[in-house]
Each structure stands twice: as C-alpha cells, then as structure tokens.
Write a protein that binds this ligand. Sequence first.
Ligand code: GDP
Ligand code: MG
Length: 182
Amino acid sequence: QNNGKLKDSMLKILVIGDLATGKTSFIKRYVHDFFSQTYRATIGVDFALKILHLDDKSIVRVQLWDVAGQENIINMTRVFYNGALAAFIVFDVTRTYTLESVAKWKADLDSKVQLPDGSPVPCILLGNKCDQQREGIVNNPAKMDEYCKEHGFTAWYEISAKENINIQEAANALISKILQND
Ligand code: GDP
Ligand code: MG
C-alpha cells in the first residue's frame, strides 16, 4: 500500500474540435460553473485546473487544455498533445458539419499521442448545445453509437454548457476511464 501517503495524480485532458463548438464554454462550466453568451475566441493555449478529492487519500488534478483559436489549422502541434492521457472532441449539435471534422480531429489525436502500450488514449465525443434544435444524425442515438464504435470513441454525450446538462457526467466518465487504465 502507500503507507497512508496522499496519492496525488495529474491528468492532462485535451479539449479539441472546430471553432465555436463550445470547448471554452464546456471548460468554464465544468471548472467554474459559469457560462457566458458573449463569444470570445480563445487566443494561445489555454488551460484550466480542477482539483477533485476522490477520497481521504487521493487527489486528482484535472488539467483541461483548450486548443485556443487554432481550430481551423486542425493539425495541432505535438507539443500540445504531449503527456495527454485523454481527450474530449467537441462538435455542435446545431451545426452537423462540425461533426464531419470529428474524424479528422480523432485521427490527428491518435497519430500524436498514445498510451504506453501503444493504444489510443480514451476519447469522449461531446455534442454541445443540446439546449437548441439538433440536426441530422444527432437525432438518431443508435447511429451515434455506431459512429462512436467505428471511430474508437469511449462514449458520446449530448451536453449543454449553457444549461449545465451532462457536463459532470461526461467529465466523470472520462476521468474514471483514465483511472481504470492507470
Ligand atoms: P470554442 O470556440 O469552441 O471555445 O467555443 P466557445 O466556448 O467560445 O462558444 C462559442 C459560442 O457558442 C459562444 O457564443 C457561446 O456562448 C455559445 N455556446 C457555447 N456552449 C453553448 C451551449 O451549450 N448552448 C448554447 N445555446 N450556446 C452555447
Ligand atoms: Mg475557445
């Protein structure tokens, strides 16, 4: 055992996806329980930290990395991905074309970061803005499940950063998945 010592782990999690899908809003809601309607593109690499006390003996520091305004470049630098243990890929359920980029984001991720055994890092797909009218395939959960299986996603969630829907659930699912692999 760890002789009563505190177990303290740092989890680097990436949040990637097209511009204006709500990556920054998701992070702000999860970390600060805050939402702003005003759109401000993130500049540079932004990250936020949330500290979880899982029990008396373990602390998890969840570090969320936001791609920050380079969403159109799609080929993120390796430095950004270094040391990441998992990722969220975000699309906008009101603009299904943002789902078309998801496979590219996933491929870019998988080409740049792997677990020590060479397998892809756990990745959860987030369909944000579910407080609004959904488009296309998002209305078909079975198709979305199939899509996730095909592209190697751990799971998918419909979320709303605005209305605080499924934010905790999605984050907890990814964190549990990381700790399982650990
Ligand atoms: P990013 O470019 O991916 O970081 O996207 P932002 O977080 O900056 O959000 C882009 C825009 O979408 C902003 O105007 C947000 O207010 C809006 N937005 C983000 N999340 C939601 C949501 O859950 N519902 C709605 N209706 N709008 C959202
Ligand atoms: Mg942003």
